[in-house]
Design a protein around this ligand. Structure first.
Ligand SMILES: Nc1ncnc2c1ncn2[C@@H]1O[C@H](COP(=O)(O)OP(=O)(O)O)[C@@H](O)[C@H]1O
Ligand SMILES: [Mg+2]
Length: 317
């Protein structure tokens, strides 16, 4: 049989049988080269095959990407949930730690009036036997016991207010708040020879949750107390200063307790960062304080001064 000279050549037939086979092992660069070649050759039909391969590969990539995205979304959700759970846990720990610190404060505040009351009742007994108890004596005794009891009641009320979950925002005075915290820790700080000095005369109002602000102040001054005691420092002062400057309200709390250890200073606002021994420190106090500062729309920062640490709360007006 005479061969038809116009018949298609053998390789072309092979390609039809397994049209993609010839190209499927090529990488993208080689495929593009094949496209170019094919565009210039007479077998333009190959362009369709090549396009098919491209599309197939594109689909496969797309599928991979979709899978990856889905996986990422799942992973992000898991991480966010872990974050939320941790946040809840830290919040809970902070509350427990704060309650512990407050109960300590209350116990110290009560120790002295309880001692006084116990002494008075002992004296009453012996004074009666000595015939010293008359109307004037009883009046004096009543007055003195009232003073002591009032001191205890004030502490208790302050303590109850502190933990009653009043979450409503309102305007409150910084000075009044600081004074109310001082009332709670007064005896404990006096016992530790620490004097807290409020340097600002003028009251300044801010808007937020009052108890949270008190917590922030308590956390910071309690840390200063710990630092003083750890380092056995003689002269012990905490200075609290608040003022308005350039559309910000500033609250500065400074101590002369030697400063934040340099190896933790960049991390102290993170949860569970503490230099204190187990059972003493939770590393939650400053983390919570930062959350509170942020809820007030502000920031909390710290730096070491020549003698100690200076915490700066800055709230936009
Ligand atoms: N006034 C301060 N002086 C020195 N170090 C401080 C002071 N305040 C905080 N720190 C350091 O920051 C750490 C973290 O404080 P905090 O978050 O309150 O946790 P905790 O008091 O439970 O350790 C403390 O362990 C301490 O090392
Ligand atoms: Mg603390």
């Amino acid at each position: 049989m005479i061969k038809n000279p116009f018949a298609k050549s053998e390789p072309e037939i092979k390609r039809r049988k397994n049209p993609k086979g010839e190209y499927s092992h090529l990488d993208t660069k080689e495929l593009l080269f094949a496209v170019k070649e094919s565009a210039h050759s007479t077998h333009r039909a190959n362009l369709d095959i090549l396009l098919d391969i491209f599309l197939e590969r594109y689909d496969a990539r797309q599928q991979e990407l979709d899978n990856l995205n889905r996986e990422l979304e799942e992973r992000i959700e898991i991480e966010v949930n872990i974050g939320k759970a941790n946040h809840k846990r830290y919040e809970q720990q902070a509350k427990m730690a704060a309650i512990g610190e407050m109960i300590d404060a209350v116990a110290h505040q009560w120790k002295q009036p309880l001692n006084a009351l116990s002494m008075m009742s002992e004296m009453l007994d012996s004074d009666f036997e000595d015939g010293l108890v008359d109307k004037a004596y009883v009046d004096e005794l009543t007055k003195n016991t009232q003073v002591q009891i009032e001191h205890m009641v004030t502490t208790l009320n302050e303590f109850r207010n502190f933990f009653r979950p009043k979450n409503n925002k309102k305007s409150f005075g910084i000075k009044r708040c600081v004074q109310s915290v001082m009332l709670l820790v007064n005896d404990e700080f006096m016992k530790n020879n620490i004097s807290i000095n409020i340097q600002s005369e003028k009251e300044i109002l801010i808007h937020g949750i009052e108890n949270e602000f008190k917590h922030l102040v308590l956390n910071i001054i309690n840390n200063a107390k710990d630092a003083f005691n750890e380092r056995d420092i003689g002269e012990r002062n905490i200075f609290i200063n608040f003022y308005q400057e350039e559309n910000f309200i500033h609250v500065d709390i400074e101590d002369d307790a030697g400063g934040i250890p340099l190896h933790v200073i960049n991390d102290i606002f993170k949860p569970e960062v503490t230099t204190k021994e187990v059972g003493k420190g939770t590393g939650i106090g400053l983390y919570m304080s930062m959350q509170i500062a942020q809820k007030l729309g502000g920031t909390l920062s710290v730096k070491n001064t020549d003698n100690g640490a200076l915490f700066k709360l800055k709230i936009p007006l």
